[in-house]
Write a protein that binds this ligand. Structure first.
Ligand code: NAP
Length: 339
């Protein structure tokens, strides 16, 4: 993996490329008060945008560091209704984006650093600008979780990655490891068999969270080997600036071993992107936004949808469904307040 290609940068190698701002309007006035601003361009945010735009709310969608959300870095989506043969995640996102644009959604790149939801209209700080809105739909999703080892952090972009579709290409013919025991890990491991000579899937327990169909596919694949009850203690290669192996510990026998690999891919779940709302709305102990009646936060006019508030289902279709609900509730709120 070239030095410049961190998990985000290298995504340009994805067959569909990165989701870009082709549909971004250049004429966004920062002093105007929007009816609704949607934070996030994943499945939830874009579905909210389609509904809000069709309701003539002229939504502004804020696009952060991970445009398109998790679907933009996945491969074949086989369980989104309406696509009997499946559809590539980035293509599904691109379709939703075009659909939202068609009805008049504005898109804007920018990192939302903080919000003030104590006054109306709500104030959103994006870079040096302040945006104003009567309703806010939070669909900021969740980002990849890391193990948190110093050696892992030092080697991100040098063989450590959370995105198989972005970075797998760099490890053709090499041996690699995937960490995790859920569907993400199985999906990453299966995808990486296209490039790697061998994939070792390392999981800290004996039981897997992955669905049976995904687990069976991984178990049945000749290139995938399993190491259970095993934790990564250190990623080796910090001095060489490239991954050379992993120091592992068997959690039952406490035995240590070295696994020579050229890359480590994380598939250990996600953390919600909700830090910027701390103190303004309620978050639970793991940082998910607390909602009631599906999409309502404790602040009237502020709604949350998708993976930033859903710790249970976390599916593309449930994110889309809650995005729809949030937009309908925002529309109703505006109507009730005389808009
Ligand atoms: P997940 O189901 O929460 O699984 C995370 C896995 O990572 C668990 O096995 C967990 O171990 C392990 N893990 C977490 N923290 C760890 C740490 N610090 N060190 C080592 N291992 C750690 O997350 P996910 O796989 O991302 O899936 C999330 C949701 O998306 C699920 O609902 C899944 O069905 C869905 N999804 C679906 C597809 C698909 O249908 N194609 C693909 C991807 C994801 P423990 O088991 O010990 O907790």
């Amino acid at each position: 993996m070239p030095a410049a290609s961190g998990p985000n940068v290298a995504r340009i190698f994805h067959p569909y490329g990165r989701i870009h701002s082709r549909y971004t309007s250049e004429k966004i006035m920062t002093d105007e008060i929007r009816d609704t601003i949607i934070v996030g361009t994943g499945c939830a945010g874009l579905t909210a945008a389609i509904y809000a735009a069709r309701a003539n709310l002229k939504p502004l969608v804020l696009e952060g560091h991970e445009p398109g959300g998790q679907l933009s870095i996945t491969t074949l989506v086989e369980n989104f209704p309406g696509w009997p043969e499946g559809i590539q995640g980035p293509q599904l996102i691109e379709n939703m984006r075009m659909q939202a644009s068609r009805f008049g959604t504005d898109f804007r790149l920018g990192h939302l650093s903080s919000v003030d939801l104590s006054k109306r209209p709500f104030r959103l700080h994006v870079g040096k600008e302040v945006l104003h809105t009567r309703t806010l739909i939070i669909a900021s999703g969740a980002s990849a979780r890391w193990l948190g080892l110093p050696s892992e952090q030092a080697l991100i972009g040098h063989g450590v990655s959370s995105c198989a579709t972005c970075d797998g290409f760099f490890f053709s013919g090499q041996e690699i490891a995937v960490i995790g025991g859920g569907d993400s890990a199985m999906e990453e491991a299966l995808f990486l068999t296209r490039f790697a000579s061998k994939v070792t899937l390392i999981h800290r327990r004996e039981q897997f969270r992955a669905s049976k169909i995904m687990l069976d596919r991984a178990i049945g694949h000749e290139k995938i080997h399993f190491l259970t009850n095993t934790a990564v203690e250190e990623v080796l290669g910090v001095e060489q600036k490239e991954v050379t192996g992993l120091r592992l510990r068997n959690l039952v026998t406490q035995e240590r071993s070295i696994l020579p690999v050229s890359a480590m891919f994380l598939g250990i779940g996600h953390v919600p992107n909700a830090k910027m709302f701390t103190g303004q709305i309620d978050l639970d102990d793991d940082g998910y936004i607390r909602t009631h009646d599906y999409v309502f936060t404790r602040v009237a006019g502020v709604f949350a949808c998708g993976d930033v508030q859903d710790r249970q289902y976390r599916q593309a279709i449930t994110a889309a469904g809650s995005g729809c609900m949030a937009a309908l509730e925002a529309e109703k709120y505006l109507e009730d307040h005389g808009r």
